[in-house]
Design a protein around this ligand. Structure first.
Ligand code: B12
Length: 301
């Protein structure tokens, strides 16, 4: 069972909103303990998260409250309901790209500000930033975009994402997570996106930047009282070296701190001797799920 604070953190519905939804619409009915404190079942958390997502798509809570879990799931799966969000996100990704190609960093900044202001965070990550970063990256690799054009998009991303993480961190009450890459791995955008997603869910995120020795990460995580360390592996050709660094970290990191990894190069882990304590997360959805579980268990402890 979950406390109201844990439910709020894991569902993304603020405590005030949750109380109002309960009072006005009876959307979930928590049990009360001997002291009258609310106590929620795991199904309540799942329902609340779906309700929050549906309200973010513009559906009124007064109508959603009357629907069954299956009916809400249908609304979320409906591509028609996603139409306007998809068009908007595509347009912001294109505006960022055009701004970079025309050497207009201020326009790139403006497009990303608007996306953050108007779209749900997960949509900004998956449908604006990741496509824009992949696109400019590919152009840079093929030689059809310059390094400066690539930096307009990467720099704008780092600046905005960093500011949003700072804001979330100021109100975070969840457990601490260190996010970084080990020595040799210089691709940092994937882990930066991870930090953004985790901080939006209530975890306190310590983003260390890329290319940090395993032994240093272990000391840092212990000193700040982290509950988990998350690493990104993107560069496949040097994975033998980065796995060796991961092994150093796994040995030095106290047992109570979880060790999570993600990124395209983790697919190559099966060819290497990866320490048993390392958890490989398939994608950002699996990562977010893991963050929610960590927050839930910290809130119950
Ligand atoms: C930008 C870029 C760089 C920049 C990075 C700048 C920075 N500050 O991060 C710089 C210039 C430093 C760079 C350097 C190199 N790069 Co480079 N780079 C790219 C590029 C173009 C984009 C990467 C990116 O940011 N993508 C956006 C992010 C969001 O996507 P992503 O990193 O793929 O992450 C996704 C998943 O992996 C996963 N994920 C990532 N991290 C995490 C973490 C968690 C927890 C989870 C759950 C998921 C997850 O989710 C993301 C979304 O799907 C890619 C090509 C591409 N289109 O991806 C090549 C690419 C990754 N680079 C490549 C190479 C070869 C290099 C260099 C060796 C080039 C060179 N000759 O010097 C060096 C190596 C540097 C090093 N030692 O790490 C290759 C790797 C090939 C391979 N077999 O692995 C790629 C694929 C290009 C290619 N097509 O050949 N690179």
């Amino acid at each position: 069972m979950f406390s109201i604070k844990a439910v709020s953190q894991t569902s993304g519905v603020s405590i005030e909103t949750l109380r109002a939804w309960e009072r006005r619409y009876g959307i979930v009915t928590p049990q009360r303990d001997g002291n009258g404190r609310r106590s929620y079942a795991p199904e309540d958390v799942i329902r609340l998260r779906k309700l929050r997502e549906a309200t973010e798509r513009g559906h009124a809570i007064s109508k959603l409250a009357r629907l069954s879990d299956e009916e809400i799931a249908k609304i979320l799966a409906d591509p028609a309901g996603r139409g306007s969000v998809e068009t908007a996100s595509k347009s912001y990704a294109e505006q960022m790209m055009q701004a970079a190609l025309n050497y207009r960093p201020d326009d790139c900044d403006q497009a990303l500000s608007m996306a953050f202001a108007l779209l749900p965070l997960r949509v900004v990550v998956n449908d604006v930033l990741i496509p824009a970063l992949h696109d400019i990256g590919e152009r840079w690799h093929e030689g059809s975009a310059t390094i400066a054009q690539e930096r307009i998009i990467t720099g704008t991303t780092r600046k905005h994402v960093g500011a949003v993480i700072d804001t979330y961190n100021r109100i975070a009450t969840g457990p601490s997570i260190v996010l970084t890459t080990v020595s040799g791995e210089r691709h940092e955008i994937g882990i930066l996106m991870g930090a953004l997603l985790a901080s939006s869910r209530g975890a306190r995120c310590y983003y260390l930047g890329p290319d940090v020795p395993g032994a240093d990460i272990a000391v840092y995580a212990e000193r700040i009282g982290a509950s988990a360390v998350t690493l990104s592996f993107v560069h496949g050709e040097i994975v033998a070296d980065t796995v060796a660094e991961l092994t150093v970290l796994a040995k030095a990191l106290p047992d109570h701190i979880e060790l999570w990894t993600g990124g395209a190069a983790t697919r190559l882990f099966e060819r290497h001797d990866v320490p048993g304590r390392v958890r490989v997360l398939e994608d950002f959805a699996a990562f977010e799920n893991q963050v929610d579980l960590l927050i839930g268990s910290a809130a119950r402890a």
